[in-house]
Each structure stands twice: as structure tokens, then as C-alpha cells.
Design a protein around this ligand. Structure first.
Ligand code: SAM
Length: 287
């Protein structure tokens, strides 16, 4: 039984990092004319209201997208990300922010007609909302109710031989961490040149701390380049509940991504800082 609902967290600091990187990855794939697939293994509901329902309970967007919304000094990569949120809010009076796109919606709006989007979601309620949000997706978008990690393996290698997989589990159990590692290992065997972007939480749990190291080892064993970026917004004293930061681990990143993030993350860490514990890390290994 899944208890995680992304609506509680939509637009928070973790979504900012994840979706900013997602925009960069898709923009890079679009630089070549050849079509590609985006596979979103943990799609969520696709679209979120920030002024109603779950999102108002924790109002996590106030520490994320809301801090960027009214600023006129956004660095280019932050501006490119915020631009994916603007169309949903274009008709609001006074430029208010009350709707937020999930990763599938961001990807869909960036794709060209020849590119395809493959979405997986396991939650029985969110899959219905997702399918409804993509009712106009036509043949470009396929929405599947099921396990996204198994689904990903079944799609590799994708027909156009160019693909980005976003792997964004809720990490409700230790098994989620193990399954991500097993899936990446298998995916690299089936389709070594795909771009794999794994979001992970920064938590004191041993399995959370170990995940980026395990992914590094897998990429290195396969001889593939990787990039690991984290964004932290506050200190986390022992015993205090919550997630102070998160990371994006990308296998086969665009060669431009490290420079872009080096120019962007210092600004972002300052913009989203809640206390002196805010910061970022960026590490990468070229092939
Ligand atoms: N990627 C989304 C975004 O950025 O907008 C957010 C996804 S949320 C962090 C994780 C989602 O994965 C939840 O909606 C949860 O129901 C779903 N989920 C959990 N386990 C899953 C699985 N094995 N396969 C597919 N979806 C799963």
C-alpha cells in the first residue's frame, strides 16, 4: 500500500532541483534532430494545484518554486525551469502562482511532435488523475498503471536508441533503494548509452547515504560518465523530522550539464536557503 502522495510536496526544493535538471536534459536531447523517448518511471499525478487540497497542508512550495516566482534575476537554467511553470499560471490575476507541473507535464511540454513520453504510476488514485491530465496526449504519450522500474526494463533499448529515463521513487521502503540499484544495473546492460537521472533524498538513513555511491560504482563499472548534484536548504539536527535536501544522479549526462550547474547551484542554494546549513555539492566523472 503506497502512502506517499506527491501533491503534498509539489514545487518544494526537491522538485526545483529535479525539474531544473530535467529541463536541461531534455533541452540537450533536442539539440539533435533525431527523435528520443522520455521514460518517467514514477510519474505522480502530472499536475498539482498549490492553492487547494493536499498542497496547502504543508505548503512546501513556499520553500521552493514560490521563492523563485517573483524574482527578476534568475540565472538562465533557473529561468528555463520557471518558464515551464509559467503557462499554467498565465491567466492568474497579478501573476499569482497556484498551479505546478509534475515531471511528466514538464517533459511533455518540451517535447517535439516526433519525441515520445512513456509514463508509469502505481498509485490507484494518482494514475487516474495522470491519465486524465494526459487525455490529449494522443499517440505521443503512453500512460501505464504499474511498476515503473519493471516497465523501464521492458522498454530498453527504446526504438529511437535515444532516451532519458527519470527515476523518481518515493523511497518509502529500503526495498526502493535496492530496486533502483538493480534496475540501473540491468538498464546499463540493455541500453548503456541512455541517460538515467535518479532523484534521491538526503536523509540520515544508511540506505539513502549509500545510494549515490552505489550508482557511481555501477556507472564506473559500465565505463559511463556520471554527474551527482545535491541541493540542501537547511541544517538537520539529529532526531528532527523532514528532508533538508536531495540529489540528482545522472548517468551519461550532457557534457554541458556540469558547467551549467556550477553556474546555477550557488545562486539556487542561496535563494532557497532556510538557514546557514544550505549549500550544494557537484561532482562528475567524464568517460
Ligand atoms: N516524478 C514526479 C514529479 O517530479 O512530478 C513525482 C513522483 S513522486 C516523488 C513518486 C511517485 O511514484 C508517487 O506518485 C508514487 O505513487 C509512485 N510510485 C511508487 N512506487 C512506484 C512504482 N514501483 N512504480 C511506479 N510508480 C510508483
Amino acid at each position: 500500500m503506497l502512502s506517499y502522495r506527491h501533491a503534498f510536496h509539489a514545487g518544494n526544493h526537491a522538485d526545483v532541483l529535479k525539474h531544473l535538471v530535467l529541463v536541461q536534459l531534455i533541452d540537450y536531447l533536442k539539440q539533435k534532430e533525431k527523435p528520443f523517448w522520455v521514460i518517467d518511471t514514477h510519474a505522480g499525478a502530472g499536475l498539482y494545484a498549490l492553492d487547494a487540497g493536499h498542497a496547502t497542508k504543508l505548503a512546501e512550495h513556499e520553500g521552493g518554486i514560490s521563492r523563485l516566482w517573483g524574482r527578476a534575476d534568475l540565472p538562465p537554467a533557473v529561468a528555463a525551469y520557471v518558464d515551464t511553470v509559467r503557462p499554467l499560471n498565465a491567466r492568474n490575476a497579478d501573476g499569482a502562482l497556484n498551479a505546478y507541473p509534475g515531471s511528466p507535464w514538464i517533459a511533455w511540454k518540451l517535447l517535439r511532435p516526433e519525441d515520445k513520453l512513456r509514463l508509469f504510476e502505481l498509485h490507484t488514485t494518482d494514475i487516474r488523475t495522470l491519465a486524465d491530465n494526459f487525455r490529449d496526449g494522443g499517440r505521443q504519450v503512453m500512460v501505464t498503471h504499474g511498476d515503473g522500474l519493471a516497465g523501464l526494463k521492458g522498454l530498453l533499448p527504446p526504438p529511437p536508441k535515444r532516451a532519458l529515463a527519470l527515476i523518481d521513487p518515493s523511497y518509502e521502503t529500503a526495498g526502493d533503494y535496492r530496486n533502483v540499484v538493480k534496475t540501473i544495473e540491468e538498464a546499463l546492460k540493455r541500453f548503456a548509452t541512455g541517460t538515467y537521472a535518479v532523484w534521491y533524498p538526503i536523509l540520515a538513513k544508511p540506505e539513502a547515504k549509500a545510494l549515490p555511491e552505489k550508482l557511481k560504482a555501477l556507472a564506473a563499472a559500465a565505463g559511463r560518465p556520471w554527474l551527482d548534484a545535491t541541493l540542501t536548504v537547511r541544517r538537520q539536527p539529529p532526531g528532527v523530522f523532514g528532508m533538508p535536501g536531495s540529489g540528482m544522479f545522472v548517468i551519461n549526462p550532457p557534457w554541458t550539464l556540469e558547467k551549467t550547474l556550477r553556474e546555477t547551484l550557488p545562486w539556487l542554494a542561496e535563494a532557497l536557503a532556510e538557514d546557514g546549513g544550505a549549500g550544494f555539492t557537484l561532482a562528475a566523472q567524464a568517460d
